[in-house]
Design a protein around this ligand. Structure first.
Ligand code: FCB
Length: 478
């Protein structure tokens, strides 16, 4: 184990050759052009138009207008020195209603994006699903409908055929935890359903989509060194120290089952954890898991994508004290924790980002080390990490020392995890530019590049320059 400063601000840390430094975005959050070139509606178009669902009624109609500013944005990535770019493909641009032949104009956009990256020496990392489900599929039940997983596999096959000669790394799903539990459980994300049973049904169908999608991709891709992955927002869970040890352990076990092992179990071990099935028995009998499904889901992957922002702290509710509901994912109408509603999420020590998320690089290090201990041969990639702060442009500059400090401490945590044996291949900072932050609309700025939503002008923040230096030198700047 390496000795470092307790605050994760070690000096002079250097990353190895081959470690890939990049940045990440997602289609609905940046593209805009919501009705152009044959794009169909997604659940986020519908949700953002539903009064009360997204702050200030913001939508992704224009977003960062990336769809129309592709070349300039690619030039910006090159100027920053990015080595990789993680983007997502909007399914409804490819299949407006979620099935049928591919729309050439939609494919054309992503083909230009990928060619533009390659021409600039930037490695493309493509995510097939970052939450913009075609609305037509939602009308038929969305992720609660088993057929959606088969539709996803068809879409994956189309993308493999179209871009499979050029994409270095494919990711099936981004954070299926959010799609299932926030989309169908708490209802704070599209499609806004509030049912524990629906959420768990969605968990399984998302897992199935991952497995079927990987198989379809592999069948279509003609690039022998292409890599395949999924991205999970694994929860880094701590026990609330004021609670008895058994209460902490039970709460940690339950949240780990729902948040983490519900995905790593089937994807990486070929089974749902027995305790998950028990914990949720009053919610569902899991009859939607059909014979053979686990074999379909349990496909080999080359890398696991990890998104990390903060930790959660839990204990079992004692039935007396008021519950705090501080799990950091917005005000819920329903529960994102089916069968474990009696777990209490307690307020965590600061400091906090503008999301109210606690800053905890130690939770990042321990998550990576735990994951490596559970799956010692599985390489990891940080597919998202970053922070929102209330940035302002002054005289054409954005001073964001808090973001620089956040990144510095989290890169340090990643470096320490590598020193402890974690096979970490790269790091994609969230996000390249400020964008539509889901239920928070445009009120939260995660970019290393500032976006003025009136003029759509891009201004690299100090953190972008800091990151450029890190990429150039492989050393965390002081
Ligand atoms: C993740 C999402 C990403 C972004 C960040 C802040 O959960 O994958 O799109 O919104 O959070």
């Amino acid at each position: 184990m390496t000795q470092g400063t307790p605050d994760y601000r070690d000096a002079g840390l250097e990353f190895p050759e081959g470690f890939v430094f990049g940045s990440a975005t997602a289609s609905y959050q940046i593209e805009g052009a919501a009705q152009e070139d044959g794009r169909g509606a997604s659940i986020w178009d519908t949700f953002s138009r539903t009064p009360g669902k997204v702050l200030h009624g913001h939508t992704g109609d224009v977003a960062c207008d990336h769809y129309h500013r592709l070349d300039a944005d690619l030039d910006l990535m090159q100027r920053l020195g990015l080595q990789s770019y993680r983007f997502s493909i909007a399914w409804p641009r490819i299949q407006a209603t979620g099935s049928g032949p591919a729309n050439d104009r939609g494919l054309g956009f992503y083909s230009r994006l990928v060619d533009g990256l390659l021409a600039r020496g930037i490695t493309p990392i493509a995510t097939l699903y970052h939450w913009d489900l075609p609305q037509t599929l939602e009308d038929a039940g969305g992720w609660t409908n088993r057929d959606t997983a088969y539709r996803f596999a068809d879409y994956a096959h189309l993308m493999g055929e179209a871009l499979g000669d050029r994409i270095a790394m494919w990711t099936t799903l981004n954070e299926p935890w959010c799609s299932a539990y926030l989309g169908y459980g708490s209802g704070v994300h599209a499609p806004g359903v509030t049912s524990g049973r629906a959420a768990l049904t969605a968990v399984h169908h998302l897992n199935l989509a991952h497995g079927l999608g990987l198989t379809a991709l592999r069948d279509a891709v003609r690039k022998p060194d292409a890599q395949y992955s999924a991205t999970l927002n694994l929860h880094s869970i701590r026990g609330a120290e004021d609670a008895p040890e058994e209460s902490q352990a039970e709460a940690i076990r339950r949240i780990d089952a729902l948040a983490n092992r519900a995905f790593t179990g089937p994807m990486l071990r070929g089974a749902y954890p027995a305790d998950l099935l028990e914990d949720t028995a009053a919610v569902t009998d899991w009859q939607f898991v059909r014979p053979g499904d686990l074999e379909l889901i349990h496909q080999p992957i080359d890398v696991l994508g990890v998104n990390y922002y903060s930790t959660v702290t839990v204990k079992m509710w004692d039935g007396v004290s008021p519950r705090t509901n501080a799990d950091g994912h917005g005000q819920a109408a329903g529960s994102p924790w089916p069968g474990s509603e009696h777990v209490e999420f307690v307020q965590q020590p600061g400091p906090y980002t503008a999301m109210g998320w606690n800053i905890a690089p130690d939770g990042f290090e321990s998550l990576l080390v735990d994951l490596h201990e559970q799956f010692p041969t599985l390489p990891l990639m940080i597919t998202e990490n970053g922070a929102a702060f209330d940035d302002v442009v002054i005289d054409g500059r954005v001073h964001d020392p808090l973001r620089i400090d956040y990144l510095r401490r989290h890169f340090t945590a990643a470096h320490r995890a590598m020193q402890r044996g974690v096979d970490l291949r790269g790091y994609q900072v969230w996000s390249l530019m400020d964008n539509f932050e889901w239920a928070y609309g445009y009120t939260k700025r995660f970019g290393i590049v500032h976006v003025d939503y009136d003029t759509l002008e891009r201004t690299p923040k100090d953190s972008a320059h800091w990151y450029s230096e890190l990429i150039r030198t492989r050393r965390i700047p002081e």
